[in-house]
Design a protein around this ligand. Structure first.
Ligand SMILES: *Cc1c(COP(=O)(O)O)cnc(C)c1O
Length: 386
């Protein structure tokens, strides 16, 4: 008998998704109007402990809105990690600004030491603003990513952003539900600590609205402006007056319906992810030349994605993935570095050694919120036999 296919990460719709989506369809409010969009914004805001949130049609559009409200200008530079999904970086270019790539530390998130070294050694301050000495460009922002639901070192990036006059944008696309449990930010959620944060509800994220995103900010006027820009920069409800170039970035009512149902289950999803993660650790960490990469111990991570690190060089990433695929187990390599991608090959990049190593040796293991412990055991057994 053919073994059952075990996907990497698929959605889990066992809650009120059908009911709420059906209600939206029956109400005939299926587009960007309709009460559920505002309700989803309120519920996400409450969940992450913010007064307001702006729903948008993807994490990518949310990050574009974040860069715009942050005031990123043409010709500016923005510090971004090189080990991330490319959607972190593209919005910098949508604003006609340039990314400067920074490597990662052992959390897989942007290395604060490397970012600090770039700012201290390669930049200078003039009138409270930071300039790249080599290019002369204004360094406007820093955008750490909470990779796989781990927490980037905000305890370092917050004072760094203040010292160098940078806006701190948190790409929290993968990290809804991740929060500090210790230290000065104890209790605070990923996405809510910097100037502006963005979540994604794409189909492979821990909760999904099919496609969707949410922007939160500690500046109430930025929240207002993000909502304005996301709805075609409409100044007037009736007369078609527009004060700026706007975008059609608003979430739809049908997507919000699905998002609301998913949010009800988010804490349960996280509990199950933690159970799966702990099982993989028990079965695989330190065994057969493998490590399971840890999440920070001073946070409650949402445990979105799990990383198998191929410590023993006898394991070749791609042949290992092929062997699993033959057993109907889907995995994926971690992202190729963004500074090596064609659109970004000419950009500055610093301290890449760790990112290169993780790129070569990490694969992501099946981690769906509806993956059974039994199926996770099958994945581990297949790996131990390689
Ligand atoms: C998913 C993701 C995005 C983009 O979100 P979409 O909703 O797919 O547009 C951005 N950054 C990171 C790190 C992501 O994982």
């Amino acid at each position: 008998m053919e073994p059952k296919f075990i996907p990497l990460s698929v959605p889990n719709f066992k809650g009120n998704e059908k009911k709420y989506v059906n209600d939206a369809v029956v109400s005939e409010w299926v587009s960007t109007g309709g009460s559920l969009v505002g309700e989803f914004e309120k519920k996400i805001a409450a969940y992450v402990g913010m007064p307001d949130a702006v729903a948008c049609n993807s994490g990518s559009s949310g990050l574009h809105l974040a860069c715009m409200v942050a005031g990123v200008q043409p010709g500016d530079e923005v510090l971004v990690p090189t080990l991330t999904f490319i959607a972190t970086v593209n919005p910098v270019r949508y604003c006609f600004a340039q990314p400067v790539f920074i490597g990662c530390d052992d959390t897989l998130c942007m290395d604060p030491d490397a970012a600090e070294a770039f700012l201290a050694d390669h930049c200078e301050m003039r009138n409270g603003k930071c300039y790249n000495k080599k290019t002369g460009a204004h360094v406007a922002a820093i955008m750490p990513v909470h990779v796989f639901g781990n927490m980037a070192a905000l305890e370092r990036f917050v004072p760094m952003a203040r010292q160098y006059g940078l806006v701190l944008i948190e790409d929290s696309a993968e990290a809804i539900g991740t929060r500090y449990t210790e230290g000065e930010f104890a209790g605070r959620m990923a996405g809510t600590i910097g100037d502006v944060g963005v979540y994604s509800f794409n189909g492979n994220k821990i909760m999904t609205s099919g496609a969707g995103g949410m922007v939160v900010s500690n500046h109430p006027d930025w929240v207002k402006r993000a909502r304005y820009l996301s709805t075609q920069a409409k100044d007037d409800e009736l007369q078609f007056v527009h004060g700026e170039v706007g975008y059609n970035y608003r979430l739809t009512n049908v997507q919000a319906a699905m998002g609301l149902a998913q949010l009800e289950q988010l804490e349960g999803f996280i509990d199950h992810k933690i159970e799966l993660y702990n099982l993989y650790c028990e079965l695989l960490d330190g065994k057969n030349g493998y490590r399971i990469l840890p999440f920070r111990s001073d946070i409650r991570s949402n445990h979105w994605f799990f990383c198998l690190y191929l410590e023993d060089p006898r394991h070749d990433r791609d042949s290992l993935m092929r062997a699993l695929s033959q057993q109907k187990i889907q995995t994926r390599p971690i992202w190729a570095l963004i500074n090596e991608q064609k659109p970004y090959a000419d950009c500055e990049a610093y301290c890449l050694e760790k990112a290169q190593d993780y790129r070569a040796r990490v694969i992501n293991l099946p981690c769906s919120t509806n993956l059974s412990l039994e199926d996770a055991r099958r994945v581990a057994q297949a790996l131990l036999a390689l």
